[in-house]
Design a binder for this molecule. Structure first.
Ligand code: ADP
Ligand code: MG
Length: 601
């Protein structure tokens, strides 16, 4: 039964009365709501010890204004997503401005700082209607060395500090122009992303964009000395954003695109902006008008990863020791085998644009020059160079590849862009004058079928804690300092190379999607790619909440893409799959094929 809300005074009295009691007495506040004249707080989840991770969860609810949110900021999905993002950033600003933090032991007595990337993601932390907002936040309730409640400190957090946070929030909401701008920018990006195909593009970079970051570890735009992006006339297109209107910029077309240039001229920076350009960016980031096809995948070498029964024979065959690459299993892939696997997995999961940087690739997977072809005829690698056109023609998969040290790819490129002093230059015509190496024609066509089926007993999230001598039923959490490594049951799922995972909440969502798959798809045998697709569609249609069961503790997630869901399933070291017989004459219809398989069983 819902509890009757009580005045905030009552919360302060209770906290003072709890002072000095065992820490878990805080649990008496669970499910209770307390109201102030401008907002209310509800305790949704309460941690058992000071500094425990994840922390306790509260909901903050408040009225926006008599007339509701202005600027049409809840009008459609992109604007709602933008508004939710705006509110979270305002909440964070409030915490930074008003919260004292670390009042107790182990970092307890803190509003857990939200670290939001400059990308805007669909999340489940904020709910609203026209007049009311509810924001879920983590708070670590203050505790003492001897595991006691610090009631007076807690009362301070919920009085002065909370009021300050709400002041900041409400002031942000009142800055209508700023909120509207946030919505406009994000809506523009998402609408153009939907229309890219109509413009005949796989990516767009608006003139004026600031692509470089402050440093290698910063996501903030470079301020001093940043050269604003400007497209060369030969490659410039005009697009129309719903709010910003007509904008000129670089149009990247389907097919094979090569990005060349001297060292340190901004190639990787442009590529990275395109990788992140699958998401909208906040105003001021510099990359607001970088718009990439939503199914773009960055692929790179990842020596040491696991590959589970994947057919990589299109790229790598006849390995020493008779290793079967039609069903390639390894717990320790090499640079080239890992990159081949990454490409096949991405295409199977629906990738339409591959983004590749020679800096992070296995050279022997990208190219093999004519002399080496003659000297080492037994080499078993068909380099990507020989397949890159086929990927486009037969599978509709475009490529943008950065090369600085070899001319091979120029011979197969439809567009050649050079970066010169941080600015793109069109080199397509100049390159046509050159006598360039031609790719070899591989003996067999590339096969793109996922013949693997995920077995029912996968995705066990339980963890045997040797040190404690007990089994923890569910362990799904990103490593604290390595946000793209997920502890999943006994597995450590390393997603470091999935650089389109920009937020730890996405990594956590990947984990809960796997957990959900284990609970729900017990006997529906899908391929890893189809399983990722099914999970993604469910999240899109029914929301992130659909991954939970009613008695799960509250979790705050951000949507991953289908490609990253597939990437995670494919990297799971404990994944168990069975191989089904290949269907003849199937060129590219791996998705159809496995759906049929599923229905015919
Ligand atoms: P490349 O891949 O061509 O070797 P990078 O993209 O790694 O070069 O960029 C080299 C350096 O130049 C980086 O420190 C990057 O931040 C900086 N940089 C990139 N683009 C710009 C730009 N438009 N304006 C100023 N500095 C830039
Ligand atoms: Mg580089």
């Amino acid at each position: 039964m819902p509890d009757t809300p009580q005045p905030m005074r009552e919360l302060f009295d209770r906290l003072k009365a709890l002072d000095g009691r065992p820490f878990n007495s805080y649990k008496r506040l669970l499910d209770k709501t307390f109201y102030h004249d401008r907002y209310h707080i509800r305790f949704v989840h309460i941690q058992g010890s000071p500094g425990a991770f994840p922390a306790s969860v509260c909901h903050l609810g408040f009225k926006i204004a008599e007339r509701g949110l202005a600027g049409g900021c809840l009008e459609n999905m992109p604007r709602k997503m933008a508004t939710a993002d705006y509110l979270l950033r305002a909440f964070r600003a409030g915490v930074i401005a008003h919260a004292r933090q670390n009042r107790g032991v182990q970092g307890s007595g803190s509003f857990q700082p939200l670290s939001l990337p400059p990308q805007v993601l669909k999340r489940n932390r904020v709910r609203f209607n026209q007049t009311d907002v509810q924001i879920a936040f983590h708070i670590s309730l203050p505790g003492s060395h001897d595991n006691r409640v610090l009631g007076r400190q807690a009362a301070c957090m919920f009085s002065r500090e909370m009021t300050g946070i709400v002041d900041t929030l409400q002031a942000s909401v009142a800055r209508i122009a700023q909120l509207k701008k946030h919505c406009d920018v994000i809506e523009d990006m998402l609408v153009l992303q939907n229309r890219l195909t109509r413009y005949g593009l796989v990516a767009f970079v608006g003139d004026g964009a600031i692509l470089p970051r402050q440093s290698g570890i910063s996501q903030d735009p470079l301020k001093a000395g940043a050269v604003a992006f400007y497209a060369p006339d030969q490659m410039a297109v005009n697009v129309v954003f719903p709010n910003a209107g007509r904008v000129r910029g670089l149009g990247i077309r389907p097919g094979v695109n090569v990005l060349i240039g001297g060292g340190f001229h901004g190639k990787s920076t442009l590529l990275d902006a395109l990788v992140k350009g699958v998401y909208p960016h906040i105003p001021g980031d510099g990359r607001e008008q970088v718009v990439t096809h939503p199914d773009a995948a960055f692929v790179c070498a990842e020596a040491g990863r696991a590959v589970n029964g994947l057919d990589i024979s299109g790229f790598i065959d006849n390995l020493p020791g008779g290793v079967d690459t039609k069903r390639f299993w390894t717990t320790n892939a090499s640079g080239s085998t890992s990159e081949a696997a990454a490409i096949i997995e991405a295409v199977l999961a629906g990738a339409k644009l591959l983004l590749i940087d020679e800096d992070s690739s296995a050279t022997n997977f990208l190219i093999k020059d004519q002399h080496l072809r003659q000297l080492i005829p037994e080499d078993t690698i068909t380099p990507l160079f020989d397949r890159v056109r086929e990927l486009d023609r037969r599978f509709g998969v475009s490529t943008l590849i950065v090369v600085g040290g070899s001319s091979e790819y120029l011979g197969v490129a439809e567009q050649v862009i050079a970066m010169r002093d941080y600015l793109p230059v069109c080199m397509t015509d100049q390159v046509r004058q050159l006598a360039l190496p031609e790719p070899n024609r591989p003996a067999t066509p590339l096969m793109m079928q996922d013949q693997r089926r995920v077995l029912a007993d996968n995705f066990d999230p339980s963890y045997r804690a040797q040190r404690l001598g007990k089994t923890i039923a569910v362990r799904i959490k990103p490593l604290r300092l390595q946000a793209r490594v997920l502890e999943y049951g006994n597995d450590q799922l390393d997603l470091t190379k999935l650089i389109a995972l920009v937020d730890p909440d996405q990594v956590l969502a990947v984990g809960y999607a796997l957990f959900h798959a284990g609970r729900r798809f017990k006997d529906a045998w899908l391929s890893p790619s189809d399983l990722a697709g099914t999970l993604y569609e469910q999240i899109e249609k029914k929301g992130l909440e659909s991954l939970f069961q009613p008695d799960d503790s509250p979790l705050f997630l951000a949507c991953p893409r289908r490609l990253e869901l597939a990437g995670a399933i494919n990297r799971l070291r404990s994944l168990r799959v069975e191989i089904v017989k290949a269907q003849k004459n199937c060129r590219s219809c791996c998705h159809l094929e496995s759906r049929n398989f599923h229905h015919n069983r």
